[in-house]
Design a protein around this ligand. Structure first.
Ligand SMILES: Nc1nc2c(ncn2[C@@H]2O[C@H](COP(=O)(O)OP(=O)(O)OP(=O)(O)O)[C@@H](O)[C@H]2O)c(=O)[nH]1
Ligand SMILES: [Mg+2]
Length: 307
């Protein structure tokens, strides 16, 4: 129970800005007011402003309106509960746990646009896996950006995790090759591959990502076992578009929604969940290794609506 409440309070802290605007806003809008069509319109506007997105907002509002018209909800408090339930439904869904290979190593490939939070999320994931007594290795396949390898190395030193690297400007697939070999030889549990930031429209870079995948697949059965897209929650509707586009072009299996602590528009989690064909697996709520939380729809909505 203490464990559960500490998770909840961490998510609450991370969602502070969102709670203060969206949820306090919703509560002050709804509570004490008569439930009618115009109140439902106002709620719709507020959800859109919080980046919940058009599709998810329509779904929430249409069902609220239908229930109101059918006399199933008549008080404004009921509307709030209705929204909470609807949000949990929208955010829920398939397994959010990371895939684990039955043979070592399990390989996670991390992708996303520049500055989304990939490398920091990798450090957080490594920290989490280490806390579960797993051995971890990192592959510095961002050979493109100056300083990228060093950034990952610094995390590796801090976390006590080995980093496999190559030449700056070298072939990232060659680094992936070396890392897969090393991970298999050392018998590590999990290999996490960092990659350079890219847009889904940059064909050469997307081909490079595919090459990293195929190198991993040739070395290790079933690899990569997860391809995780990291999204920057502060970019709102752009994050939504990336979820859609990487979903089409990069064979992603899950999402880490980073920087939720840096936005008042945490409603974007709902929009991303709705737009993507894969689950949000983790949320990033700060810059420290421990600031990663497994995503759980019920916890997320409870944290968002709690005082
Ligand atoms: N507040 C906050 N900051 C974060 C979070 N995740 C990452 N950051 C910060 O975002 C910035 C970019 O993070 P990186 O991990 O370097 O992003 P990246 O996607 O690897 O960037 P490139 O390699 O340049 O494409 C850094 O200043 C991080 O500290 C988060 O969950 N919350
Ligand atoms: Mg990086």
């Amino acid at each position: 129970m203490a464990f559960f409440s500490s998770i909840l309070s961490k998510i609450k802290d991370g969602l502070k800005a969102t709670r203060e605007t969206l949820v306090h806003g919703l509560k002050s809008l709804i509570l004490g007011r008569k439930l009618d069509e115009s109140l439902i319109d106002d709620v719709q506007r507020m959800l859109l402003e919080a980046d919940v997105g058009v599709a998810a907002t329509s779904q929430l509002i249409d069902s609220a309106r239908a229930d109101f018209r059918a006399g199933k909800i008549s008080k404004s408090e009921d509307l709030l509960e209705h929204l909470k339930r609807g949000l949990k439904e929208l955010l829920g869904g398939p397994q959010t746990e990371l895939a684990e290979s039955s043979t070592k190593p399990t390989v996670y490939l991390i992708t996303g646009i520049n500055g989304a939070g990939k490398t920091t999320s990798i450090a957080k994931l490594a920290h989490l896996l280490r806390s579960q007594n797993k051995t971890v290795m990192l592959a510095a396949c961002d050979t493109f950006r100056a300083g990228a390898v060093r950034q990952l190395e610094i995390w590796g030193e801090r976390l006590g995790v080995e980093v496999i690297k190559g030449q700056q400007g070298g072939d990232p697939a060659a680094v992936a090759f070396d890392a897969c070999k090393a991970a298999a030889a050392r018998g590590v549990d999990v290999l996490i591959i960092d990659t350079a930031g890219r847009l889904h429209t940059q064909d050469p870079l997307m081909r490079q990502l595919a090459k990293i995948r195929s190198v991993a697949a040739k070395q290790i059965p079933g690899a990569p076992h997860e391809t995780i897209l990291v999204l920057d929650a502060t970019t709102g509707q752009n994050a939504l578009r990336q979820a859609e586009e990487f979903g089409k072009h990069a064979q992603i299996s899950g999402i880490i929604l980073a920087k939720l602590d840096g936005t008042a528009k945490g409603g974007v989690a709902v929009a991303v969940r709705k737009a993507a064909s894969v689950p949000v697996k983790f949320i990033g709520v700060g810059e420290r290794p421990e600031d990663l939380q497994a995503f759980d729809a019920d916890n997320f909505v409870e944290a968002m609506f709690s005082e």
